[in-house]
Write a protein that binds this ligand. Structure first.
Ligand SMILES: NC(=O)c1ccc[n+]([C@@H]2O[C@H](COP(=O)([O-])OP(=O)(O)OC[C@H]3O[C@@H](n4cnc5c(N)ncnc54)[C@H](OP(=O)(O)O)[C@@H]3O)[C@@H](O)[C@H]2O)c1
Length: 477
């Protein structure tokens, strides 16, 4: 165990939370979440690899009084659903957090939190005077922990400031960088959802945002199936996620720009018959050179729009099997530059521009999300789309090298880009939310530039056009 505490202070408090024992233990043992419920913590992260257990290490950056700066914690005892002990050491602090869990009934748990702590160096002298101050923070942290585990926040809303930024365009675009994530984060609610037993189908799950999403959702307990084209990257991702979370990840290796492969995958999943709780259409690429697939389709259109259309339509019976399910379509801020097009959706050789083709398909995906959200609301299938901001992923580095070089220091990490996807998949406050376009957990306007808002008539024609294009690949539902 940790050190011998000579000038030891002892903090003890119990709370009862309306969450099952397994869920409460799962959330708290992921100690990297403690910045969600302890206001004295500025940042927290897991710094060792592998699933949480004895030896797992966390770096917690405290931001008040003598605790300014990092404290390194290590799990010393991990007895699932019973005990969690952590030993923490910083330049002015040493302490042991001993947390025990007691089942009260199926949906409530008693959490006993004890800390033996000691100040070191200069602050040792002030131990007694600091005691009340520290214990007040402890009390507050446990009240906040209770709230994090119990309270479902109200549904998301754009503030006046968010709408102003959208109206002024430039501030909205500046938010696509790291900065947007950093500012947005200040307003976020904890995610204490447990996704145990939930089935997630995630396209493009072996790289960049998709890989970060697979990991984030498996950490929350979900059963994730990833669909991507590269077999080696698929197995590496499955291995990584399993190592990190202890959850098995299923893999489907398909080229999703080929609609026959999408159809074949749909048939397989329908035959297996497992309900899908969350479908995330994330696979994507920007093709600077025009490519026509072996099925005769322009590849940006095929991969970014027709493929999610066919996959989602075909899997509708599996989405309907639950009393409630979610579809998340990963679009892009690039779509703001384009209005909805029918003729130019599959761009011709003579005027092909990869960024424009990409933006048109992504605009189409946002429009499609709005159509589906209305059509499927009686079946309690929520459909929302999102923009991850600009994130440093292999996709961006390969297809937009100049943009990547110019903005490298301002790009988000894949985890920051994936945050909103994970939140959309897991936040209970989104149970009733459908038909929105999110960035940094806030619903945003889908139109920034004049003339890019699709009319009702065009939207209907667009939907008919997609149905017609998809007809050979759609299964009877
Ligand atoms: N990063 C950003 O800043 C940003 C901004 C806006 C929107 N987005 C969107 O976010 C999504 C993820 O992009 P990312 O940046 O994370 O890029 P990434 O690192 O290149 O990942 C793309 C993923 O899509 C898969 N994929 C691509 N073509 C495929 C195909 N034909 N069949 C099956 N899977 C295919 C890739 O798998 P394989 O490697 O196996 O092909 C990979 O898993 C995309 O839809 C992208 O448009 C990203």
């Amino acid at each position: 165990m940790g050190g011998v505490f000579l000038n030891q202070l002892h903090f003890k408090k119990s709370i009862i939370v309306k969450r099952s024992l397994a869920e409460a233990f799962h959330y708290i043992s992921h100690f990297e979440n403690c910045d969600q419920w302890d206001s004295s913590v500025k940042e927290s992260r897991k710094i060792s690899s592998g699933r949480v257990g004895v030896g797992t290490r966390f770096e917690i950056i405290f931001g008040f009084g003598p605790f300014m700066g990092p404290i390194l914690y290590e799990v010393k005892k991990y007895d699932e659903n019973n005990h969690l002990w952590l030993y923490g050491k910083g330049s002015s602090y040493e302490g042991e957090d001993k947390i025990s869990f007691l089942k009260i009934d199926e949906s409530s748990t008693q959490i006993n939190y004890e800390i033996d702590l000691e100040f070191k160096g200069f602050f040792k002298v002030f131990s007694n005077s600091l005691k009340d101050f520290i214990f007040r923070f402890g009390d507050r942290a446990l009240e906040d922990l209770k709230r994090a585990l119990e309270v479902v926040p109200p549904g998301p809303k754009a503030t006046f400031l968010d709408s102003m930024k959208d109206a002024l365009i430039l501030p909205s675009i500046l938010n696509f960088t790291k900065r947007g994530h950093k500012t947005g984060k200040k307003r976020w609610n904890p995610i204490s959802t447990y996704l145990g037993g939930k089935k997630v189908l995630l396209t493009g799950g072996n790289s960049g945002l998709g890989r970060a999403t697979a990991l984030g959702l498996a950490k929350l307990g979900a059963d994730v199936t990833i669909v991507s084209r590269n077999e080696k990257k698929n197995s590496e991702t499955a291995f990584l996620v399993e190592e990190e979370t202890g959850h098995r990840v299923q893999v489907e290796t398909r080229d999703l720009s080929l609609l026959e492969e999408v159809k074949d995958l749909s048939q397989k999943l329908l035959k297996d018959g497992d309900p899908i709780d969350i479908l995330i259409n994330n696979a994507g690429a920007l093709y600077n050179e025009r490519v026509v697939t072996s099925e005769g389709l322009e590849k940006s259109f095929a991969l970014l729009l027709l493929s999610p259309f066919v996959l989602t339509q075909n899997l509708l019976p599996l989405l309907k099997k639950n009393s409630y399910s979610r579809v998340i379509n990963v679009s892009s801020g690039g779509m703001y530059t384009q209005g909805l097009k029918l003729k130019g959706l599959e761009m011709r050789e003579e005027n092909y521009n990869g960024s424009v083709a990409y933006a048109r398909a992504k605009r189409g995906l946002v429009t499609l999300s709005e159509i589906w959200s209305k059509e499927w609301s009686p079946d309690s299938i929520n459909v929302n789309s999102m923009h991850p901001g600009w994130a440093d992923t292999p996709g961006v580095a390969n297809s937009l090298p100049n943009f990547h070089k110019l903005l490298e220091s301002q790009l988000r990490t894949p985890e920051e880009g994936a945050d909103t996807i994970i939140w959309m998949a897991s936040a209970p406050e989104l149970d009733q939310t459908s038909g929105h376009f999110f960035l940094d957990r806030v619903p945003r306007s889908t139109v920034l530039f004049p003339g890019t808002r699709p009319s009702k008539d065009l939207t209907k024609k667009f939907y008919d056009y997609l149905k017609e294009k998809a007809r050979p690949y759609l299964l009877e539902s």
